[in-house]
Ligand binder design. Structure first.
Ligand code: NDP
Ligand code: MG
Ligand code: MG
Length: 340
């Protein structure tokens, strides 16, 4: 069974007298930097001269230097720029990494697929909150935690894990619980999950279901509600209580229909495709494709994004969501009024 680490497992002396250079001030960067600073850790943010995030970091009371200067000051250098630009940013900072410093990531792609080759004299760690940055920040401010992962790729000092746990503590992750994984496992499960289930699989399921109804002559609005909008209700139930709570909450008719039909939709052929996609993740085929796509200026990516934006379900959905926006506002007001 996997160990889960909490606040008591972290030794804050492993980070409290160190300087953390946070390179990038986007989703994860702004959250790590502010949480670390509010936890009393010395933080310097590294941003390029022309950076559009510089003002935000300075407004938040943080010191901003160039990536190289920040990395030079940092004992821990946290790489929180987009994965596709990390190799180039790393070239600017590699000479600033001293003996015993830590190169710290929130995702393992560039290390695992050898796009960044760290020098041998540093520790290489990962602290990956399992949540977008704005939630990592908001939870911290609300005295809540965000669950996270840690992984150690290189342990030159012998202290890498203790330091990663201390970092997790300082950004609030050990409040909720942290589990240890490897760079390889984090990357492969992350890519598989987002491709097959979370982002790729679910959007294809929505589009195919929607198209099937509309092609059969049903109203696009009805198809939108049945195949996209109501997904949230189902996912919320699964999130709260697993598949069981979802099945218990829907009607017996929905339960019987789902139990008898679901496996016909996502059948053994889909399973074979999943295994093939997993192999492409494991053997680096996907990584090579995505790296080449970026080097070529993202031609397919741009085209696919465009096609997705122009899908009928999007044209139908936007005005419907506006129409029902009052419901969300009311929900938020109720939540704000509810006693804590
Ligand atoms: P963002 O896209 O939010 O990062 C944007 C920041 O990077 C900005 O400050 C931007 O500044 C800077 N930046 C962009 N391009 C460059 C460049 N060429 N040189 C220097 N700085 C640059 O990244 P995320 O926070 O989404 O991701 C950071 C890491 O965290 C990734 O490894 C990601 O996989 C991981 N992660 C992300 C999660 C998320 O929910 N977003 C969740 C868990 C992990 P500028 O104004 O200069 O462009
Ligand atoms: Mg993920
Ligand atoms: Mg991912």
């Amino acid at each position: 069974n996997t160990d889960v680490y909490y606040d008591d497992d972290a030794d804050r002396s492993k980070i409290d007298d160190k300087t953390v250079a946070v390179i990038g001030y986007g989703s994860q960067g702004h959250a790590h930097a502010q949480n670390l600073a509010d936890s009393g850790v010395d933080v310097v943010v590294g941003l390029r001269e022309s950076s559009s995030s510089r003002a935000a970091a300075e407004d938040d009371g943080l010191r901003v230097e160039t990536p190289a200067d920040a990395a030079s000051e940092g004992d821990i250098v946290s790489i929180l720029v987009p994965d596709t630009v990390q190799p180039a940013v790393f070239e600017d900072i590699r000479d600033e990494l001293d003996e015993g410093d830590t190169l710290q990531f929130a995702h393992g792609f560039n290390i695992h697929y050898n796009q960044i080759r760290p020098p041998e004299h540093v520790d290489v760690t990962m602290v990956a909150p399992k949540s977008p940055g704005h939630l990592v920040r908001r939870n911290y401010e609300d005295d809540q935690g965000t669950p996270g992962l840690i992984a150690i790729y290189q342990d030159e000092t012998g202290d890498a894990k203790a330091e990663a746990l201390a970092y997790s503590h300082a950004i609030g992750c050990t409040r909720a619980g942290v589990i240890e994984t490897t760079f390889q496992e984090e990357v492969e499960t992350d890519l598989f999950g987002e491709q097959v289930v979370l982002c790729g699989g679910v959007t294809s399921l929505v589009k195919q279901g929607y198209e099937t109804l509309v092609d059969a002559g049903y109203s696009p609005e009805m198809a939108y509600f049945e195949c996209l909008n109501e997904l949230k209700l189902i996912v919320d139930l699964m999130y709260e209580g697993g598949l069981g709570e979802m099945w218990n909450s829907v009607s017996d008719t929905a339960e019987y229909g789902g139990l008898t039909r679901g496996d016909r939709v996502v059948d053994e052929h889909a399973r074979e495709n999943m295994e093939e996609i997993l192999e492409e993740v494991q053997d680096g085929t996907f990584a090579r494709e995505w790296i080449a796509e970026n080097q070529a200026g993202r031609p397919s990516y741009t085209q696919l994004k465009d096609r997705e934006e122009n899908h009928h379900v999007e044209q139908v959905g936007a005005p419907l969501r506006d129409l029902f926006a009052w419901a969300d506002d009311e929900e938020e007001e109720e939540a704000a009024e509810a006693p804590a």
